[in-house]
Design a protein around this ligand. Structure first.
Ligand code: FE2
Length: 243
């Protein structure tokens, strides 16, 4: 399994606060069956702007050196959406934004005060510019969670969808779990990721969500969401078409 959404870079946001904690998170993930994690520090969000790509890259290298051989740490970002984001994306590969593992996939976190119209515009513009937006945890976006038809529209425009493993398992309560189940029923989920923030609080691990999805939607679906699709992302390939 490959975990595409993890706050494991130490000391840059509300995730791991030390290199030791970050390495412990990677060990937990490895024990749970992950072979790689993409470090996705918050970017462009409040106190966590994190626009210094070199500094973040150096931290990711440091973490890579601190984990078991064979476990891979990639670098990316969880990019908070604001009205300036598109102008910033145009500066890529310069600028501060980090796509996932150097690919064309961008993990975007919509603002809780965003709008459907703004989301449609953003996904359309990113897609026509050749980017592959991944919508982070729609179950926590208040104007998106209750509206699977809007999620479907964004997917039709080129977006893919990441839900959070602990939402799948019900650790955040019934409401996010139900919203995620509705999206899974509709075939509108492409990735399950941990969005892990520490060893105890929001820990890493995709195993429980993987098992639950395999039991309810089938082993093939589960395998796609935690392994095949994330593998395509880090290889910068289009997602394999389901057969
Ligand atoms: Fe996150």
């Amino acid at each position: 399994m490959i975990d595409l959404h993890c706050h494991i870079l130490p000391g840059v946001d509300d995730g791991a606060q030390s290199l030791e904690e970050a390495a412990a998170m990677c060990r937990l993930a490895a024990r749970d069956g992950c072979e790689a994690m993409v470090a996705t520090p918050h970017q462009r969000r409040g106190e966590w702007w994190n626009a210094d790509r070199e500094a973040l890259s150096a931290l990711a290298d440091e973490l890579q050196d601190a984990v078991e051989p064979g476990f891979r740490v990639y670098l990316g970002g969880e990019v908070h959406v604001d009205s300036e984001l598109l102008a910033e994306v145009e500066k890529l590969p310069g600028g501060g934004i980090l796509p996932l593992a150097g690919s064309r996939y961008l993990l975007v976190e919509f603002d809780s005060l965003g709008t459907p119209k703004g989301a449609i515009h953003l996904v359309h513009e990113l897609s026509v510019a050749g980017w592959r937006p991944i919508i982070a945890h729609p179950e926590f976006i208040p104007w998106l969670a209750p509206d699977p038809s809007l999620v479907a529209r964004l997917v039709a425009l080129g977006a893919t969808v990441q839900v959070t493993a602990m939402s799948v398992t019900g650790d955040f309560g019934r409401r996010p779990q139900n919203d995620v189940f509705t999206l899974l029923d509709a075939g509108l989920v492409h990735f399950v990721a941990s969005d892990s923030h520490g060893v105890r609080r929001r820990p890493p691990g995709l195993g429980r969500a993987h098992r639950l999805i395999a039991g309810r939607w089938g082993a093939d679906v589960a395998q796609r969401l935690v392994a095949d699709h994330p593998r395509a992302v880090v290889a910068d390939l289009p997602l394999p078409v389901a057969v």
